[in-house]
Design a protein. Structure first.
Length: 184
């Protein structure tokens, strides 16, 4: 089992980071819904604490993932139509940007309101960039809009394309990300 990506398969590190980030981002989306609509009082505070901690973790893993993807070859999509390769490139690029930028916006938003950022009780990131309350409000609108609309649409499209490759085209695109083995 290869650690690094090749032109025919994804390596263990890419696949591991991909699936860990998928689980963490899914948790983030669910937590955001829960702490805004279902929780109140201390339960809401715990959900927010977990959301902020997961956001920091996603940021760190996201930076590692994007750097790793930039340093590794991409498995070939030569058998995929050109328009699908183009769409895949755009969607992947937007997901990578969202994985890195959305946590930064959340951190700056918290700083705007004067809040520190906890990391699972291990340490707290202090307010080191005082962005101010007005900026915090603007960042909150952006963070919520991207989290409620943009990221779910990108992930939904990504998942739909993976399922289309598996069940529609019956090619090895999803198999390469799942097991690291392709048909090529």
């Amino acid at each position: 089992m290869a650690i690094r990506d090749t032109h025919s398969s994804y390596g263990l590190i890419t696949r591991g980071l991909h699936w860990v980030l998928f689980v963490l981002i899914t948790m983030q989306l669910l937590l955001a819904l829960l702490f805004t609509d279902l929780f109140s009082g201390s339960a809401q505070q715990i959900a927010m604490w977990l959301h902020e901690s997961l956001g920091l973790l996603i940021f760190v893993l996201g930076v590692v993932f994007v750097a790793w993807r930039l340093k590794n070859p991409r498995p070939s999509l030569a058998r995929v139509p050109a328009w699908q390769r183009g769409a895949a490139f755009i969607v992947h690029a937007l997901i990578y940007v969202a994985i890195v930028v959305q946590p930064i916006v959340g951190i700056l938003m918290s700083f705007g309101f004067g809040f520190t950022i906890p990391f699972f009780g291990l340490f707290t990131v202090p307010v080191f960039i005082p962005v101010g309350n007005a900026a915090g409000n603007a960042l909150m609108l952006s963070h919520v809009y991207v989290g409620v609309w943009v990221i779910p649409i990108l992930l939904g499209g990504h998942i739909a394309a993976a399922l289309y490759h598996r069940f529609g085209r019956r090619d090895d695109v999803l198999k390469r990300m799942w097991s690291g083995r392709g048909d090529s």
